[in-house]
Design a protein around this ligand. Sequence first.
Ligand SMILES: [Zn+2]
Length: 577
Amino acid sequence: MSSQALYRKWRSQTFDDLVGQAHIVQALRNAIVANRIGHAYLFTGPRGVGKTSAARILSKAVNCEQSDPRLRPCGECSACRSIVEGRAVDVIEMDAASHTSVDDAREIIEKVQFRPTQFRKKVYVIDEVHMLSTAAFNALLKTLEEPPDHAMFILATTEFHKVPATILSRCQRFVFNRHTIANTIAHLEWVAGEEGVFLEPGVAEAIARAATGSMRDAMSILDQLMGYGEPQIPLSRVQSLLGATASREVETLVTAFAGEDVAAALSVINTIADQGADLRQFTRDVVSYLRGLMLLKSGGSADLLDVGHDVLATMQSHAQQLALASILAWLKIFSGLDHQLRTTPYGQLPLEMAVVEALVVPAPVVVAAPSPIRAGVAPVARPTPVPAAPRQAEPAAQQRPTPVAPAAAKVEPPSVEQPPQVVESASVTVAAVVAVQPLPEAEQHIVLAESEIILAEVEAVWLQVIEDLKPYNPRLQAVLKSCEPLGLEDNTLLIGTPSPFHTKQLDDQTQRRLIEDLLAKAVGRQIFVRGEEANRDQQNRARDARRQREEIMKDHIVKAARNIFDARIVGVQEDGS
Ligand SMILES: [Zn+2]
């Protein structure tokens, strides 16, 4: 049996069979019963969700000879049967993807003027309508402007945005949903039952996940599995066919997370890598599972999850064991992995790093450091001075165990007894604190404002971003080469420019967005940019501050502080003393 055959064999024949599109079924049924059938329908949605099946059912319904419209299509009258068997001359199915030649499609469409031979309605089903040639589109448009009473068009497309607005405005549009996992599982189990094949637990779920919402793909996988001719399909066969990982492995990983068992978690990664499984798919499964936990944990209904019963039970138990904050932190780590896994030459390393990152117990905010380090951080050069905040680049070694005073808190003016150990700015409300060189009397602290850490991250990728600009906009690249990042305020990167011309380039919305997009890609967070003319002095100060930041960022202690930020364990200081 070919892979198409199973899908065709069990294709929905009536409105009742149409899986997972209840909203559409209801609307079409109502139209049939009320005899208010439109001239043109547009079915949009991903592939394999039943658009063509629905088109056939609708073609049958409008031509069905059953006297009670509520029972149409009956599936038994000669009209219904001839459509199912593909003999109906008045139902013209065409695939625009294979009828792109101008005359072909246009000619077919122009024949709509002739009355139907056998039926009440002449029905045109045009699949992948966005692929029609311009000439064919024009013919279609002309027809749709004054459609003959005897004609009906059912257009289907996976790429709705490619259909001209002139066509869209003349159609009733129905949006088909991707099939849910639960729907797909139910349908797979039903078909397997009808075919006399038993699916081991987990098989239907694994197929449904791999099919990502396409029933046609799900049927095709089932078809391949049934090709072995065995009465029972084992889970191992699905996994070897799909390179898919069972949801069980995702569950094992999360169990290891819950037990803070790094070894067990790494061993899961090792196992799936050894199996040659698709690591990106596995990561997506992990993210989807963690999302489920997040939803459950935050009071979401189980209906939102779209998982089978077995998985739901495990999820609920995990949700009980885990803290929402941990789930969110892991989601953040794993959802950022896809790109890395696609580009890494190091196999499963990004996944292993993610596991370690997820499970390393967050360090306390204040940590003792083994070696002395220069305390204090150079102020970031900012175009506008911040008078309220104390600025001192080189505080004297001090014997006060005081932590930090972010600017949001009250800051005492510098004095001999209590010199500021903190360099802060008004925009900073959160600070990471790392103690350095424990002294007999007390500790000293180094402080990096969060904005400074972000700024340093931006600076680290700045040249790369300029490089990345080249293929998109070489002129803008040239402009940016003579600009310098000055500082970060409210998540906006101030870029010092040498002239009003340069500033104007950065004011241009399209160009600014491009820089922002590339920047976001490079640092993994949204940062806005603003150009501002800066004199040579400001630029020099910015450059000096940047060098100092680079030094500090290189230091392992500050790296630790940055990790603390990543883990969102951030010391928020209430007061400076
Ligand atoms: Zn019928």
